[in-house]
Design a protein around this ligand. Structure first.
Ligand code: G3I
Length: 335
């Protein structure tokens, strides 16, 4: 087992974080979290659906447990997230009669939600992913055609940041998205952030989720993205890092009968090389990067085990299913 944690190896660089649920707060994964990391992100517990299931009812239990664990173990907390098109509660976009809410009603609900959640954790959550994944997947489009967009136009983005800033003026506020290194998406994320900065919206950073694979991003793509976002004077964090052993889009299918989903030595080698490259670049961008967070603790459980389809095991993290460091771990800490 490693004598030091990722947080120790990277002490002179940036905090190293991990996404957790309540299940990881006890047992061997909890021990690993305490040994290796100095930041945590609730994987689901602070999202609007889980934390605000009905208009007049909040469910704080899970998020409180994670924040209390962080305080007891001196971990910083990244809040995730205040506005997303997924995991929204059923009541949010509807009036009592089932019709769609007006923009005024939706913005009022957004305001009430953000101020309740951000104020509850004021001083305990140092940074928030305020708006998550608002850019469209289709490169021909700009903003995602979500219910937020359909009801509010583009205004909901600036409003969310303003509400969060009003609730906790000291919190660092992030825009967070995936595939942010692909040139066509990079340009659109940049455009959004530039618009927000120009309009003096309180946005302080950009989160690059980092759901990456053995193929992408390439080193030039990663550097180009970090350069471009840094040019806006924003803090940059890698917020949801994992390296899938399957290609991101080319292989969205279930495991076929008889097909292996084993973690072969060749996959381990390729993954270690990819992680090594990523962290070499991260170290080079020490003055820009203010955090790197992994999305889940060990290969025992990853969201990628069920995405895009269930029944195919993935091995995207630095620790194996028994919480032991993998080849990729040693590549990341040898420099
Ligand atoms: O809690 C319910 C449970 O009560 C229910 O019985 C069960 C049946 O489906 O679902 C459970 O909720 C699941 C939830 O995770 C908690 O386990 C949801 O179905 C499932 O969709 C949800 O997945 C999460 C996903 O966001 C939501 O789209 C993943 O755990 C989480 O890792 C993932 O995280 C996202 C980031 O927030 C944003 N960036 C992408 C990233 C990966 O998709």
């Amino acid at each position: 087992a490693p004598k030091k944690g990722l947080k120790d190896y990277y002490k002179a660089y940036f905090p190293v974080g991990v996404a957790v649920g309540r299940a990881q707060l006890q047992g061997p994964e909890a021990e690993l979290i305490k040994q290796q990391f100095n930041s945590i992100t609730p994987e689901n517990a602070m999202k609007m659906g889980p934390i605000h299931p009905e208009e007049d009812r909040y469910f704080w239990t899970d998020a409180d447990a994670i924040v209390n664990f962080a305080q007891a173990n001196k971990l910083r907390v990244r809040g995730h997230n205040l506005l997303w098109h997924e995991q929204t509660p059923k009541w949010l976009f509807k009036n009592a009669d089932g019709s769609r809410v007006s923009k005024e009603v939706l913005l009022k609900r957004l305001h009430d939600h953000i101020s309740a959640v951000v104020k509850r954790y004021q001083g305990k959550v140092y940074a928030w992913d305020v708006v998550n994944e608002a850019i469209a997947d289709n490169p021909q489009e700009f903003l995602r055609n979500s219910e937020w967009y359909q009801i509010c136009g583009d205004e909901f983005i600036a409003k969310a940041f303003e509400y969060a800033h009003e609730a906790d003026p000291k919190a660092q506020l992030f825009y967070n998205d995936y595939n942010t290194e692909r040139p066509e998406k990079r340009e659109r994320v940049y455009k959004l952030l530039k618009q927000l900065k120009d309009a003096k919206v309180p946005v302080h950073g950009v989160g690059l989720q980092g759901h990456w694979s053995l193929q992408e991003p390439t080193e030039p793509e990663l550097r180009a993205a970090l350069d471009q976002y840094a040019s806006l004077g924003l803090k940059v964090q890698i917020t949801e890092l994992d390296v899938s052993i399957y290609p991101w889009e080319k292989d969205r299918r279930a495991k076929r009968p008889g097909e292996s989903d084993a973690y072969t030595p060749e996959l381990a080698r390729q993954q270690a090389a990819q992680y090594k490259m990523f962290f070499r670049v991260f170290r080079d961008y020490k003055s820009v990067l203010t955090g790197v967070t992994f999305w889940n603790v060990s290969d025992k459980y990853s969201w990628l085990d069920t995405y895009p389809v269930a029944g195919r095991k993935n091995y995207p993290l630095l620790f194996d299913q028994n919480q032991q460091p993998k080849q990729a771990f040693w590549e990341v800490v040898q420099f």
